[in-house]
Design a protein around this ligand. Structure first.
Ligand code: PAF
Length: 308
């Protein structure tokens, strides 16, 4: 184990720790997290390190109340700062910014339009997919990420592709509001059996974990069947999800890589994204993968393919 990174609980301490690097013109990397760090987060840190070289890498650990809706898991969300510091030490993180709620929201956590605090409006992309099931979620995410960008002033910020819509929205925010941050998306890290790593996986018991594998199986099935068109891709994914009795599907959708609706009909060879969200027990899981629609002659079904 290498030395633990320096813990900065306040904005002032964070600024002081980054002052030298800023003066020397060294690039700053940021990996925003809500803690409960796992190998997926470690891979984001490695990506940030690769981008900033000897510049400081900052990991923020903050469970952001603003992005949790009523009845969601804010209270039970795992808080494991000590173990998080160990992960950060192993990955050579320089600074862990772990502020209190009061430090991030000194005027109180904004509640609705009456709070008086300026928040970030995600626009139409914020109310589809995850946004449809979790109203207000992306306003909460973008507001805290904008604050983190303001406090850390990173040159590069790294986010996981597992939260694909979040990544798309943060990219758009950085571009539309000219924030001057290079937003990097890193590949999803998976267990050997395909389960995408998530801090929420620790809520699953053994049986639920086995059932949760249906999500990645469904995405792989969609990828394979996509050669025969969009409908076969969706059918193949739905069949996997239906077979897992404990999986309560929220949505399964295929979109463009930018999360727009696909054209109808879909031209062969179209690059797309398949996204799924489901509840397993009380745990809500999401996952996504890229796919290419209609690489095979698109009027062929998998069955017809076998006849030739
Ligand atoms: O992906 C997360 O962990 C959170 O949504 C983020 C980006 C750290 C904002 O709270």
């Amino acid at each position: 184990m290498t030395d633990r990174p320096v813990l900065a609980p306040t904005r002032g301490e964070l600024a002081a720790l980054l002052a030298d690097a800023r003066r020397a013109g060294r690039p700053v990397g940021l990996v925003p997290t809500m803690g409960a760090l796992h190998e997926g987060h470690a891979s984001l840190v490695r990506e940030a390190r690769a981008r900033v070289g000897d510049g400081p890498v900052v990991v923020s650990v903050f469970v952001n109340p603003l992005q949790f809706g009523e009845g969601e898991d804010l209270d039970r969300y795992p808080r494991t700062l000590d173990a998080d510091l160990d992960v950060c030490a192993r990955e050579g993180v320089d600074v862990v910014f772990a502020p209190s709620v009061e430090e991030v929201y000194p005027g109180g956590v904004p509640a609705g339009s009456t709070s008086g605090m300026v928040t970030v409006e995600p626009g139409p992309l914020g109310s589809v997919l995850e946004g449809r099931s979790r109203p207000g979620h992306f306003a909460g995410v973008l507001t805290v990420v904008a604050k983190l960008f303001g406090l850390v002033r990173p040159d590069v910020a790294v986010f996981g592709q597992k939260d694909y819509q979040q990544l798309a929205l943060i990219r758009r925010m950085a571009a539309d509001l000219c924030l001057g941050v290079d937003v990097v998306g890193a590949e999803t890290v998976r267990e050997a059996d395909g389960l995408a790593l998530s801090s929420r996986n620790r809520y699953l018991d053994d049986e639920q974990r086995t059932e949760a594998l249906a999500l990645s199986r469904a995405l792989h099935a969609a990828q394979e069947a996509a050669a025969y068109g969009l409908a076969p891709a969706l059918d193949a994914a739905r069949a996997e999800l239906r077979a897992a009795k404990a999986v309560d599907l929220d949505y399964l959708e295929v979109t463009t890589p930018g999360l727009d609706s696909l054209p109808d009909p879909v031209p062969p060879g179209t690059e797309a994204r398949v996204l799924v969200a489901a509840r397993v027990g009380t745990t809500r899981l999401i996952d996504n993968m890229p796919l290419r629609i209609g690489a095979a002659p698109h009027d062929q079904t998998p069955d017809q393919q076998g006849d030739h």
